[in-house]
Design a protein around this ligand. Structure first.
Ligand SMILES: [Zn+2]
Length: 615
């Protein structure tokens, strides 16, 4: 994730062209398909399978064999989908200026919409068969029994499944579902004209990467203020367009939740994973009540940085100067060493991944920004980075590697139907991977300066991954409530919600700027995946609890915790996430789980207060 965590980024150096970067730093997509003609052949296969699936309509009631045939064909389609989609999508991310590849990517998206239509008959037809009949089939047919959880979960969701006509209509409407996000991407990335700002250090083209780098590295407050003002001006210039796009997201969510008969958009978002809405409400309330350590940290920063006033653009600058570079090749050794607490086999598998061209390491012109791990079923996970030798980039790699190991274990231990884990669990291994890496780095740190930097990194991690995400979740919830209650959605109103939230979290620790009313307009998750970010926070709380179990207590206790944790990773999506987590020893319905993070931050700020007095 790259939403908000403050970075110790440096000003970017001159970009290398992609063909000048050695192959060992680039992912090898020929593990998916050797070339576009193989891709096209797979695409044609996929299209045929989708047609064959449509032809199964009307057969399910004939018995277990027919249901099994439909489930298996659906698996075949799903497996092919991963490869066909990711080959085009990953190629596109290498250079997003390539219109030909973009066209192929869109071709797959159109096929997905077709697939949705071709599969729309399945749920209503299955649910027409009484559950006891299907359960009888499940107990008599071992091959079908594999699908028990998936099938029974469909019956659980039955009250929100429409009849065939209704499902067909919704599948047609799905063609517009991504339009607001596509338009947001075009507006904020492809069409944006980055201004050139004159800082005390010279002229800089203010891309988002440069903006973040300035806030994270430039010691002049007036430079940071100028960058902040100019960057927000970009959003100010189109703020009504952003508001209108976000409004479309809210209306789409309302439409879908109402069409399916949910009480609220939050209910609709959580029902799929069987998460009680109380988890989100409790998360927001408990975190808001625990904002004091956050304020204490920022008051400390203001004192250490010797600032008369302390603003949003002052929250990312490091407390001490630290320009150590972390060359990629060093990290290739440290990262596997950091996961020793998870056992030899885990470490061995990670080393194999790091040596096998799964990772696209460096930035090049046109390359997608940020970082992600892509779970290409039947091949292996791929990772996109924009590695720039900073500590932040190192932790990003640790994070994405956590996702990739989760993918690897889940794909290896689950049948296809359960191979994908839910996003509710997804950020647990990535966060835990970062925590293990932090421990490793704190242990091997040779000087106080590096220790302070690492402590700040840990604290900024909690602020960015936990507090900021809960603030975002709060914002999304309030914004969705506007449309649910039939109230107007305007740029001004959205700004007001965001501004008030900032104040309720940061209190008197921050001096506020009017431009902060615009910050919501930039957050990609609000457009791409609403009601997503709260899971960073619940995952963070889960990881904190797991980390404690994995690294403290008796040897036998730790061994049992490792076992439970690896079982979680191997479980994929084979049960509801709250069930999987509770088997791993985490209960998110308890305020204590959330408060554990608040206490953790409190402890880290205390350590930092002591450490900072030394140099
Ligand atoms: Zn992540």
């Amino acid at each position: 994730m790259d939403v908000s965590a403050p970075a110790e980024a440096t000003a970017a150096s001159q970009l290398r062209d992609r063909h000048d970067i050695p192959d060992r730093f680039k992912w090898n997509l020929s593990d998916i398909y050797p070339d576009w003609s193989e891709w096209q052949a797979a695409y044609d296969d996929l299209e045929r399978n989708i047609g064959a699936y449509a032809a199964l309509q009307g057969t399910l009631a004939e018995g277990a064999d027919r249901l099994l045939a439909a489930m298996k064909l659906s698996d075949d389609i799903g497996q092919l989908t991963y490869k066909v989609w990711y080959f085009a999508s990953l190629k596109y991310d290498e250079d997003q200026r390539d219109n030909q590849i973009n066209a192929r990517r869109q071709q797959v998206q159109i096929l997905f919409a077709k697939a949705n239509q071709a599969c729309a008959w399945f749920n209503p037809e299955l649910l027409h068969i009484p559950l006891p009949t299907v359960q009888q089939w499940l107990s008599e047919n071992a091959a079908l029994a594999v699908y028990r959880f998936a099938i029974e979960d469909l019956y659980r969701q039955q009250e929100h499944v429409l009849d065939e006509k209704g499902e067909h209509l919704l599948s047609l409407a799905s063609r517009f579902a991504s339009t607001p996000n596509d338009a947001y991407s075009a507006l904020s990335t492809a069409d944006v004209k980055h201004p050139v700002v004159t800082l005390s250090t010279g002229d800089v083209t203010l891309t988002y990467g440069q903006y973040r780098a300035i806030l994270a590295t430039n010691r002049s407050q007036s430079d940071r203020r100028l960058a902040f003002d100019e960057f927000h001006r970009l959003f100010e210039a189109s703020v009504n367009t952003y508001a209108s796009l976000f409004h479309s997201v809210l209306q789409r969510d309302l439409f879908l939740s109402q069409a399916r008969g949910y009480r609220t958009t939050l209910d609709a978002a959580l029902h799929g994973n069987n998460i009680p809405t109380a988890v989100v409400e409790n998360l927001i309330a408990t975190t808001k009540a625990g904002s004091e350590p956050l304020r204490r940290y920022h008051r400390l920063r203001k004192r250490v940085l010797r600032l008369d006033s302390y603003h949003n653009y002052d929250t990312a600058i490091p407390l001490v100067d630290f320009d150590r570079k972390y060359p990629y090749d060093d990290v290739l050794e440290w990262l596997p060493a950091s996961v020793k607490p998870l056992g030899q086999e885990y470490e061995r598998q990670m080393r194999r991944g790091l040596a096998s061209k799964w990772i696209d390491v460096y930035e090049n012109p046109g390359k997608r920004s940020g970082a992600y791990s892509a779970p290409v079923y039947g091949v292996h996970p791929y990772m996109l980075l924009n590695y720039n030798d900073t500590l932040d980039a190192v932790f990003t790699l640790a994070h994405e590697m956590g996702h990739s190991m989760h993918t690897l274990l889940s794909h290896a231990h689950q049948p296809f139907v359960y191979s994908a884990y839910t996003i509710f669990v997804a950020e647990v291994p990535s966060t835990l991977s970062e925590m293990l890496f932090l421990d490793y780095m704190l242990e091997r740190a040779t000087d106080d300066r590096e220790r302070i930097v690492l402590l700040q990194h840990a604290i900024d991690g909690i602020v960015g991954t936990f507090y900021t995400q809960v603030l975002f979740a709060d914002y999304e919830l309030q914004a969705h409530r506007l449309v649910e209650e039939g109230r107007p959605v305007t740029a001004e109103g959205l700004g007001e919600i965001y501004f008030n939230l900032l104040k309720s979290y940061y209190g008197d620790a921050l001096d506020y700027d009017e431009q902060s009313r615009l910050t919501w307009a930039r957050i990609p998750h609000f457009y791409s995946t609403p009601y997503y970010v709260y899971q960073y926070a619940t995952c963070f709380a889960s990881s904190a609890q797991l980390m404690k179990q994995l690294t403290t207590g008796s040897e036998a206790g730790r061994a049992a915790a490792i076992n439970r944790y690896l079982t979680l990773l191997k479980s994929g999506g084979s049960d509801h996430p709250m069930t999987l987590l509770s088997r791993a020893g985490v209960d998110l319905s308890q305020p204590e789980t959330v408060r554990a993070v608040v206490d953790q931050l409190d402890g880290l700020v205390t350590r930092l207060e002591k450490a900072i007095a030394l140099p």
